[in-house]
Design a protein around this ligand. Structure first.
Ligand SMILES: Cc1cc2nc3c(=O)[nH]c(=O)nc-3n(C[C@H](O)[C@H](O)[C@H](O)COP(=O)(O)O)c2cc1C
Length: 251
């Protein structure tokens, strides 16, 4: 049946995702980029606010500067385009002004809405891009220096860069990173944390084998160890003050 075949294809695409950090020296036609973004825009949107914007950074000097401010990640210089996915309440302010209405955008709820909208849109873009043969890598590193990066691309208040994304024709192929088993993330009717000890034990073994087998950045570690290193220090503590400065008061 056609629908089953289609699901198998989509499922395979989703299961084959790996972040790509090295790209071929090939441009992406701007028309192609626009088409992918236009497909991505059909993601669901909370109350239809469409609270996001994308800055396509094609200027080499700007890309380089943003790369440095994002931790010197080599994929940023290797990619033909760097996209900045921004949560954006500015356009909504314009729409409200047209109707002579004040915008109550400073709430935590509206902050969450704009972040969800941007993330759904971005992940839709990933699917569109990967199904067209491109590779991508999200760049959370743009939040290392969000103020400076906002200035470089002229972001107004009521917007902020949520994450970047490199896109290009892949010049590397990785093993797929095994995800947690579905029983870890699925709870039926009632949240169950009793199962975690067993599941995390098994998953640590899986990830430890993956870390040793993969072609780049091999290491002797497992998931719990990586997570505990990552989560045992406070990171990007400037974010709250930055958001407030941008007009997201989290009230
Ligand atoms: C919001 C977000 C930010 C990320 N930031 C970075 C980043 O700054 N640099 C990087 O190399 N990878 C980044 N990643 C990629 C993750 O490390 C990667 O998705 C994760 O390890 C799973 O690997 P996979 O995408 O290859 O399956 C980010 C992913 C997300 C969703």
């Amino acid at each position: 049946m056609k629908t089953i075949d289609f699901y198998q294809e989509v499922s395979q695409l989703l299961r084959n995702h790996t972040s790509v950090r090295k790209y071929k020296q090939k441009d992406i036609p701007f028309e192609t980029l626009k088409d992918l973004l236009s497909s991505a825009q059909h993601a669901a949107s909370s109350n239809f606010v469409q609270a996001y914007s994308v800055i396509a950074v094609t200027d080499e000097a700007k890309q380089k500067e943003i790369g440095i401010l994002s931790n010197n990640q080599p994929q940023i210089n290797s990619a033909p385009i760097l996209l900045l996915f921004c949560a954006d309440m500015k356009r909504l302010e314009h729409a409200c002004r047209k109707k002579k209405a004040d915008i109550e955008q400073q709430t935590t709820e509206n902050f969450i809405v704009s972040v969800i909208d941007t993330a759904l849109f971005a992940q839709n873009f990933v699917i569109a891009a990967e199904s067209s043969g491109y590779g991508i890598c999200f760049i959370g590193g743009v939040r290392n220096n969000p103020e400076e990066i906002s200035k470089i691309v002229g972001l107004p208040d009521k917007t902020f860069p949520l994450f970047g994304m490199t896109i290009g024709v892949p010049d590397e192929q990785h093993l797929v990173k095994p995800r947690l088993p579905v029983e870890a993330i699925l709870h039926e009717n009632q949240y169950d944390e009793k199962k975690y000890e067993r599941i995390i034990g098994e998953y640590d073994q899986t990830i430890s084998e993956y870390y040793q087998k993969r072609l780049t950045n091999n290491k002797n570690s497992d998931w719990s160890e990586t997570m505990s290193t990552f989560l045992s220090e406070k990171r990007r503590e400037h974010m709250k003050a930055f958001l407030i400065d941008r007009g997201f008061l989290l009230e």
